[in-house]
Design a protein around this ligand. Structure first.
Ligand SMILES: [Zn+2]
Length: 383
């Protein structure tokens, strides 16, 4: 049976917003069972089905969820809809659990607004993975490829940290990234155009219109929006790239030294692609459409310039790349990568009375890790 441990609620001012993050632990395998098997611990985290951003919600006095919102795109549902959505999310997570524990993809409702992402803590086998890495080091360097010579054991997690940092940067940018935004339209009072009661079934059809005036943004504002879209597009594409390279190195000890997102995706292990497509069925298409965003499009080269700019300020593409990057960052966690960032400060006082000097040293540390998951053996167990 699963034991559930809730995360402490997030204090966000007036109403206490809670996220859906918690951990489920399973005791259906004995601690002595050392054969690779279903994960004993699964972290559960809420995601927006549209953008894969983190979500939070509130409950009413009786404990029923009355609001869920995406902290990234702002989409939300309230009252009865929130109650039904949470019930559906929990049922779905329950149904997905057995598959997730053995690395199989998740299946979500076609109309899901929000979902619970399952992040299994897969079994480890340090000996098997160390042997694999040793064998790949013995093969020597390979032209045009990243190998374990470039990323010794433990360091693939740095790439994951880098992907997360790019994403955090993108998420702190203005939401206003479209060259033409809805906020450029000023709406007037709705005007009644006609009333028609001739349908015969008792319904009355009321027609109206709402006049809207387009306020052209200044060139400066347009340039700022285009710049925000460019920064977000490139950073998201780069987050996809380093995230996939992190997974490739940790899983296969090698990755193409390329920026081409589709080529990297096609190198990924099948089970990994299966989970990514479970979370975002269009991911291969999105990466294919934007395969050269970081590689070639960072320069407004002649000929490719116009296409590149159009592609980069295309908000649909931007949305797709951002979602792909977040789905890939989750897969980095399933692949066993982690990182820790910390700031140490030391404060020193020296000297004699009358002549005291103080100094403060700030030391930023980023530590990275990867786990010895014997995927080949784990997946063999299931077939
Ligand atoms: Zn969202």
């Amino acid at each position: 049976m699963a034991r559930t441990r809730e995360s402490p609620p997030e204090d966000t001012g007036n109403a206490t917003r809670e996220n859906f993050d918690h951990r489920e632990e399973f005791d259906d395998r004995s601690p002595e069972d050392l054969k690779p098997g279903p994960a004993r611990v699964v972290d559960v985290s809420g995601r927006c089905a549209d953008c894969w951003g983190p979500i939070a919600g509130t409950r009413d006095a009786s404990g029923r969820w009355n609001h869920i919102e995406c902290l990234l795109c702002g989409r939300s549902v309230d009252e009865e809809k929130a109650v039904h959505e949470v019930e559906a999310m929990q049922r779905e997570a329950h149904d997905n659990m057995a598959a997730a524990r053995v690395g199989q993809p998740a299946m979500y409702r076609a109309n899901a607004g929000f979902v619970l992402k399952l992040l299994p803590d897969m079994d480890r086998d340090v000996v098997v993975v160390e042997q694999r890495i040793k064998a790949s080091l013995a093969e020597g360097r390979k032209g045009g490829r990243l190998t374990r010579h470039d990323f010794p054991p433990g360091t693939a997690g740095y790439l994951h940290a880098q992907a997360r940092a790019f994403l955090a940067g993108v998420e702190s940018l203005s939401r206003e990234k479209a060259a033409i935004a809805l906020t450029d339209l000023e709406y007037g009072e709705p005007q009644l155009v006609g009333i028609d009661g001739t349908a015969g079934d008792g319904t009355i059809h009321v027609a109206g219109r709402i006049p809207a005036v387009y306020k052209k943004p200044s060139n400066r504002e347009l340039m700022a929006r285009m710049g925000t879209a460019l920064v977000a597009g490139m950073a998201s594409a780069f987050a996809c790239e380093v995230g996939m390279k992190a997974i490739l190195v940790t899983r296969l000890d090698t990755a193409a030294k390329k920026h081409d997102l589709l080529a990297l995706y096609e190198e990924m292990p099948g089970d990994s692609r299966g989970r990514l497509e479970g979370d975002f069925p269009e991911i291969a298409e999105v990466l294919g459409d934007s395969r050269e965003v970081f590689g070639r499009w960072r320069y407004f080269e002649q000929g490719i310039g116009e296409d590149a700019i159009r592609a980069l300020v295309d908000t649909d593409r931007l949305w797709g790349l951002g979602k792909a990057a977040r789905v890939i960052a989750d897969e980095c966690v399933v692949a066993g990568m982690n990182y820790e960032i910390d700031i140490d400060t030391t404060f020193e006082i020296e000297g004699k009375p009358g002549d005291v000097r103080t100094s403060q040293r700030v030391h930023l540390t980023l530590e990275s890790g990867e786990s010895s998951i014997p995927w080949a053996e784990l997946l063999r167990q299931e077939t």
